[in-house]
Design a protein around this ligand. Structure first.
Ligand code: DP6
Length: 361
């Protein structure tokens, strides 16, 4: 599918001003995307839970430019304040997709974004942010040209465009469980966009909770983009990409058979491999901190003594995501309150769970 060349999407007459709002969630990868090539294409397939409580809400207001120009005309605010850093990133993103959406140059675009989670909790907002943005763009195309009527096509293009903004963002377009990356294991899987998967997955996994334990709230020291780049010369790259494929196969089997301990072991293995790759990159870096390790050991001990299937995963930072099914949520959350919050920055944690995907407001 090539969305990047669509000269027909060019406005010829008057356009009424309008606005569009989408709420789009963040996602947590179970099988990690770490390493990319070409135009933001993944070196291995990845799998994620779409979240519910951690989301971005973006409103796009548009009107025709009074005078035509070749530049993107953009205004961007986050939480009601100008944000030159994000504005510059979004401007260069929009400029990069004008082949796919030539009409963007004909409009004045005003984006207002709001995150449900405080900026200071160290949760990556690029997945929710770029997915909300891409959904607004697809709704805009639909409003102006009557295209993308079909829901599946709409989501596919939104996922494709979100991917070009930030790889992991393409998964957030889908409800519950999303797969991004070519694999023979699932029909329809693609490197260009993510697809939802549901068939054959045991329903218990859709009841899963994700407690996000905020161990350290600052922006991470090394960005994901740098991390992906370091994979290009990484001595373990080939082994890692093979291992991710094996883990995808294993986790899908475990999710079909309700083997939640196998499921959890694979999640932890994926988190540890991701951080091991960082530690032995050149240059090496470490994003876990002493509280991350402390919590890992406490969770493993809690699991041993209670037999509750609670496992952790990590994204590219020190914060932990605890994954557990609804039936032990009460006990796990008591444990978080009574023991784990001590190791969280200012006792902060976010009670999230598997969600139903983006919503137009
Ligand atoms: C560790 O999607 O943030 O969270 O494509 O450069 O924007 P870019 O990277 P990004 O990388 C996410 C890395 C990860 C794993 C994952 O979400 O699969």
């Amino acid at each position: 599918m090539n969305y990047l060349d669509a000269p027909e999407l060019y406005l010829k007459g008057e356009v009424d001003p309008g606005n569009i709002t989408w709420r789009s969630p963040s996602n947590i990868a179970l099988i990690k995307y770490w390493g990319k090539y070409g135009q933001q294409l993944p070196q291995n397939p990845s799998l994620s839970f779409t979240l519910d409580q951690a989301f971005t809400e973006t409103t796009l207001q548009y009107r025709l430019k009074p005078e035509p120009s070749n530049e993107i005309s953009l205004n961007f605010t986050l939480e009601g304040a100008a944000n030159p850093k994000f504005e510059a990133r979004i401007k260069s993103y929009l400029t990069s997709i004008t082949g796919a959406m030539p009409f963007l140059k004909q409009l004045e675009l005003d984006f207002r974004s709001h995150n449900s989670f405080p900026h200071s909790v160290g949760i990556a907002s690029s997945a929710s942010g770029f997915s909300a943005l891409a959904l607004c763009l697809c709704s805009l195309e639909h409003a102006l040209f009557g295209t993308l009527d079909d829901d599946e096509k709409f989501r596919q293009k939104a996922s494709y465009l979100a991917r070009l903004g930030s790889g992991s963002a393409c998964r957030s377009i889908n409800a519950r469980l999303a797969l991004w990356g070519k694999t023979g294991l699932v029909t329809g899987a693609s490197n260009e966009y993510a697809i939802p998967i549901q068939e054959g997955i045991h329903p218990v996994f859709f009841t899963y909770h994700d407690a996000i334990l905020i161990v350290h709230a600052e922006e991470k020291a090394v960005s994901s983009s740098t991390g992906h780049q370091l994979m290009e010369q990484h001595p373990f790259a080939t082994v890692r990409y093979e291992e991710a494929r094996r883990n995808l196969h294993r986790i899908l089997e475990a999710m079909r058979r309700k083997e939640w301990d196998d499921f959890g072991r694979i999640c932890e293995m994926e988190a540890m491999q991701l951080h091991a790759l960082m530690m032995c990159s050149n240059p090496s870096y470490i994003l876990m901190n002493p509280s991350t390790l402390k919590i890992i050991n406490l969770v493993r001990e809690f699991r041993r003594t209670t037999q509750h299937p609670v496992y952790f995963t990590l994204d590219a930072g020190p914060n932990l995501h605890l994954l557990y099914p609804d039936e032990c949520a009460h006990e796990v959350e008591n444990f978080i309150h009574s023991v784990l919050v001590t190791y969280c920055e200012q006792g902060k944690w976010i009670k999230d769970r598997v969600g139903q995907g983006p919503q137009q407001l």
